[in-house]
Each structure stands twice: as C-alpha cells, then as structure tokens.
Design a protein around this ligand. Structure first.
Ligand code: NAD
Ligand code: ZN
Length: 240
C-alpha cells in the first residue's frame, strides 16, 4: 500500500514515544497518565485557574522525565523519511531530536518545550530548559501567568497547524497512523477526513482499538519494531 501511494503522511500519538519511556495517556497499564491523574485538574483552563502552581508543577515533572529520554527506533525510522510530513498529537520533540525537520512536524497539541502567555491577546513565548524548568511566573509583557504552550481540554487547536493538517489529509493516498487511541477530537477526526477523501489508512499499534477499526490494514505491534521494518527501503513523500 505504501509503495503504491504517491502522497503519504503520518498521524501519531503518545504510543510513538512509549518505547522512549514516555508514559501514554490511556493505556490500561498503571503508568498511563490519566489513570493516575485527573485531566480536568491538570490539563484544562479551569484546572489552571483553580491551582496554577499545581498545573505548572505537573508539567515540570513531565518535562524532567522528557529531559532524560531519547528518540526510539520508530522516531528514527519516521525522521529518515525526510519528505514525509509528520502530524503528531505529541507535545515532545522526539521526532525533531531524531532528525525530522521542524517544518515537517505539525504539532496539533502544541509543545511542552515552550511556555506561552495565558492571556490570549498576548503572544509572548519562551523556550524552557527541560532540565531546569522555571516555576509559575508572570508574563514579562502583560503580567498574566505564563503556562505550557500545549493545548488543554476545552481549548482550540492552533488554527494554522490544524488547517494545514486537515488540507493535507484531504489529498492523501495513504495515512500511516501510529500509536494513538484516536479518541481525542478534533485531532482523531483526521483519520475520518482522510478516509472520506479516498485515502487508505494503515495503523501501527500493539492494541489497534478505535483506529484499527477505521483501518484498511492494522499492524498489531510496537512502533519501534514495526516501523523500521515497514519503512526500510521506502522513500515516502507527502507531496507538499
Ligand atoms: P493515548 O494514550 O490515548 O493512546 C496511546 C496509544 O498508543 C494506544 O492506542 C496504545 O495502544 C498505543 N501504544 C502503546 N504503546 C505503543 C507502542 N510501543 N507502539 C505503538 N503504539 C503504542 O495517546 P493519544 O492518542 O496520543 O492521546 C492523545 C493525547 O495524549 C494528546 O493530547 C497528546 O498530546 C497526549 N500525550 C502526549 C504525549 C507525548 O507528547 N509524548 C504523551 C502522553 C500523552
Ligand atoms: Zn503576556
């Protein structure tokens, strides 16, 4: 299917980074973040309003864990396809660390590598040192709190990134879906958008679940095992 496809893109989720040691959100195991924490308290504007210090402390804990991990063979196999666009829900930068060019990685849910101003009218952004992330602090420009530059529950996706991803998914021959439970919308809707526009869907996930149900082919395995073998010898292109 991939060999026959002129235009391919990747749509990835937390499972892509699982083998690097980054906990996913919704796996059944005890490590999954949402089985240990309440998402509405830690990843929502309401949670931030109620206790901004707790929210920042939780993100800084996740940042510390990210500082200690490396890209895995799945990130490297994807990054080696230099003409491929990587649409990801991940807020880490492991694809870029594996060599993917930053302008080929569309971060639908923002980046944990930066803080931004919580005031929507202010565009102040700061890069954060993952090893030494700063505590809760006010924006130097407007005085509102700075916060992780990620998309929280109830917030809109960055519109420019979303529009690019959506328009790409309408023009594909094949969408390669890696390690996502496909339950968080609107991101998960990209699979339906691609299918409706005639694209094939190939899923790589040890537990293909919802995405597997929408797939032409589901490869039930870990991304770090499947992707290097699957992509070896291919030169995939997103055509844009
Ligand atoms: P999810 O936790 O809901 O689903 C993870 C999926 O990965 C599951 O289908 C699981 O079977 C699969 N998986 C587990 N191990 C795998 C492996 N080795 N190889 C391939 N697949 C594997 O994650 P999601 O669908 O990305 O949820 C969306 C939300 O999670 C997003 O908002 C995203 O920002 C956030 N998130 C990001 C990170 C990160 O940036 N690394 C980590 C956790 C959660
Ligand atoms: Zn500000």
């Amino acid at each position: 299917m991939l060999e026959q496809s002129r235009r391919v893109a990747v749509f990835s989720g937390a499972g892509l980074s699982a083998e690097s040691g980054v906990a996913t959100f919704r796996d059944p195991g005890p490590d999954a973040l949402w089985s240990r924490f309440d998402p509405t308290e830690l990843a929502s504007p309401e949670g931030f309003a109620a206790d901004p210090e707790r929210v920042v402390a939780w993100y800084n804990w996740r940042r510390g864990r990210l500082a200690a991990v490396q890209p895995n063979p799945a990130h490297r196999a994807l990054a080696a396809q230099t003409r491929l666009i990587q649409i990801t829900q991940n807020v880490d930068s492991l694809l870029e660390q594996a060599g993917a060019s930053a302008d080929r990685v569309y971060h639908l849910h923002g980046s944990i590598m930066r803080d931004r101003c919580h005031n929507a009218a202010c565009d102040h952004v700061e890069t954060v040192d993952l090893r030494n992330p700063p505590p809760l602090r006010p924006c130097p420009r407007c005085g509102a709190y700075l916060r992780p530059a990620v998309v929280w529950f109830g917030e809109a996706l960055p519109q420019d990134v979303w529009r690019q991803a959506e328009s790409l998914c309408r023009q594909l021959d094949c969408l390669l879906v890696v390690g996502t439970s496909a339950t968080v919308y609107p991101a998960a809707g990209l699979i339906e958008i691609a299918r409706a526009a005639g694209s094939r869907v190939v899923v790589v996930d040890p537990n293909p679940g919802v995405a597997g149900g929408q797939a032409d082919l589901a490869l039930a395995g870990a991304a770090g095992d499947v992707l290097p073998a699957l992509l070896e010898g291919l030169d995939l292109d997103s055509g844009s």
